[in-house]
Design a protein around this ligand. Structure first.
Ligand code: SAH
Length: 396
C-alpha cells in the first residue's frame, strides 16, 4: 500500500475531517500508486490519518474515503456509503410527488467526486474525481441493483475532469435509454427533461424548494423570470395563480421547452410572454419602456466558479440586481440567486445591498434560500454550499 506522508503541521485540515489534501501539504510518497488508487495518508511521523484516492495530476492530490483504519475501501464500502445517501433521500423526498432528485451529492455524501441524479427510472452519473473513476465499474454495478432503475447514463462531459487527468465522456452504462425527452414530476408538476443534452444533468434540481416557495407567493402577481431555462419558476408561478409571467433566456431551445412545459401543466398561454435574449440588455429595454412587476426572479448561471473570478462576477450580479430592483413595484419581491461557489452568502448579500443603493431602492430581506436537502452540505466541507438566494421586498 502506498503511503502519502504529509508535511509537519499539515494534518490539521484532515483532522478536522476536510476531505481534500492539497499538493502543498504532501511531504513525500512511499510506493507508487496509480491514478485513483487508494493510498494511506499519514502524518509526518507515519501515523495513519485516513484512506484517500490518489490524484497525481490535480492540485487536490488526494480525496478522503474514510478516517477509519479498519475500513477496507472496496465494493462493500461503496455500497454502505450509497445506502446512507439513499436513506437521506427517502427522508427528504416525497417520491409520490417528485420523481427527479439528487441521489448522491459527492463530498457532502462522503463520496468525493460522485454525482448521481435520478430522473424517473434513469440514473445520470457524473464522475469528477480520479478516485471515483478508479471504482467506476464497481459503483455502476451497485447502482444497477438499486430498485426502480432501468438505465444508467454517464454525463461526465465537464471540463473539471481535465484537472484530474480524465477525459470527458458520455454514454449509456447500463440498460436502454428511454425515448428523450422524458417527463419528470416535481411537486406534482410535470417537466420535460433530456438528461443527454440538457444543462447540468438535465434539470436544476437544486432549486426545487425555491420554486415551491415561488408558487406560494405568486398569486395575482405580474412576474418577470430572468434566466428561465426550461421554465421551472414559470410553471410554478402559473400553478400558484400568477396573473402574468414574462420569461427570458438566451437559449432558444430552453424557451421552446419552457413553452411545452407550461402546456404540459395546463398553464394559460395568454398569461405568458417569452423573450429569447440576453438578460443584461433585455432588462435595460424593459426599464426604458417603463415596465414594472410585482416580482422579479434572477437565477443566472455561475458567474464565478472559484474565488478568483469573484470580483468580475460581482459586477454582473450587481448589474442585474440593480436593474431587477428598478423594475419592481413598491411592495414587490425580488427573488435573487447566485450559484457561484466563489461568492459566499455574505458577499452576495453585500452585492445586492450595493445594487439597492445604486437603484435608489429601500429594500429588506424576508427570507434566505439555499439548495434543496437532496444537495446537502457536509459540515466539514463548507465548499458544498454553492446556491444562495435572497427574497427581498422593495419598500419604495
Ligand atoms: N431558473 C432555472 C435555471 C436557470 S440556469 C430553473 O429553475 O430551471 C441559467 C440559465 O441562464 C440557462 O438556461 C442559460 O441558458 C441562461 N443564460 C445564461 N446567460 C444568459 C444571458 N446572458 N441572458 C439570458 N439567459 C442566459
Amino acid at each position: 500500500m502506498t503511503q502519502m506522508m504529509l508535511k509537519k503541521g499539515r494534518e490539521k485540515a484532515i483532522l478536522r475531517r476536510h476531505p481534500w489534501i492539497f499538493s502543498g501539504a504532501v511531504g513525500s510518497m512511499e510506493g507508487s500508486a496509480k491514478l485513483g488508487e487508494t493510498v494511506s495518508v499519514c502524518d509526518f511521523q507515519g501515523k495513519f490519518l485516513a484512506w484517500g484516492a490518489y490524484s497525481p495530476n490535480s492540485q487536490i492530490r488526494a480525496r478522503i474515503w474514510s478516517w477509519d483504519e479498519a475500513q477496507d475501501i472496496g465494493p462493500v464500502f461503496f455500497r454502505m456509503r450509497i445506502d446512507q445517501a439513499l436513506k437521506l433521500r427517502s427522508e427528504c423526498i416525497n417520491t409520490e410527488k417528485t420523481s427527479a432528485y439528487r441521489l448522491i451529492h459527492a463530498e457532502s455524501d462522503n463520496l468525493p467526486g460522485l454525482i448521481v441524479d435520478r430522473y424517473n427510472r434513469t440514473l445520470v452519473v457524473q464522475i469528477l474525481s480520479a478516485g471515483i473513476e478508479y471504482w467506476r465499474d464497481e459503483i455502476v454495478q451497485i447502482l444497477a441493483k438499486l430498485p426502480d432503475v432501468d438505465c444508467i447514463y454517464e454525463r461526465s462531459d465537464v471540463s473539471v475532469r481535465e484537472l484530474e487527468g480524465l477525459p470527458q465522456r458520455t454514454g449509456v452504462l447500463m440498460g436502454e435509454l428511454p425515448q428523450q425527452p422524458i417527463t419528470i414530476q416535481e411537486n406534482e408538476l410535470k417537466f420535460l427533461v433530456d438528461p443527454t443534452t440538457g444543462q447540468k444533468t438535465g434539470f436544476y434540481l437544486d432549486q426545487r424548494d425555491n420554486r415551491q416557495f415561488c408558487r406560494q407567493v405568486s398569486g395575482e402577481k405580474s412576474i418577470l423570470n430572468c434566466f428561465s431555462y426550461t421554465g421551472g419558476f414559470t410553471v410554478y408561478a402559473l400553478a400558484g395563480g400568477a396573473q402574468s409571467v414574462l420569461s427570458i433566456d438566451s437559449s432558444e431551445d430552453a424557451i421552446q421547452t419552457a413553452q411545452e412545459n407550461v402546456a404540459l401543466n395546463q398553464g394559460d398561454p395568454k398569461r405568458c410572454d417569452w423573450i429569447v435574449g440576453d438578460v443584461f440588455s433585455e432588462l435595460r429595454t424593459l426599464r426604458d419602456r417603463g415596465q414594472s412587476f410585482d416580482m422579479v426572479i434572477l437565477d443566472p448561471p455561475k458567474f464565478a466558479p472559484t474565488a478568483a473570478q469573484a470580483k468580475q462576477a460581482a459586477r454582473g450580479y450587481k448589474d442585474i440586481n440593480l436593474l431587477g430592483l428598478k423594475l419592481l413595484k413598491p411592495g414587490g419581491l425580488l427573488m435573487t440567486f447566485s450559484c457561484s461557489g466563489g461568492i459566499d452568502a455574505n458577499f452576495f448579500q453585500k452585492i445586492v445591498a450595493d445594487a439597492a443603493l445604486d437603484a435608489g431602492a429601500d429594500a429588506q430581506i424576508l427570507y434566505r434560500l439555499g439548495q434543496a436537502p437532496d444537495h446537502p452540505t457536509h459540515l466539514s466541507f463548507p465548499e458544498g454550499t454553492y446556491l444562495k438566494g435572497l427574497v427581498c421586498r422593495k419598500l419604495a
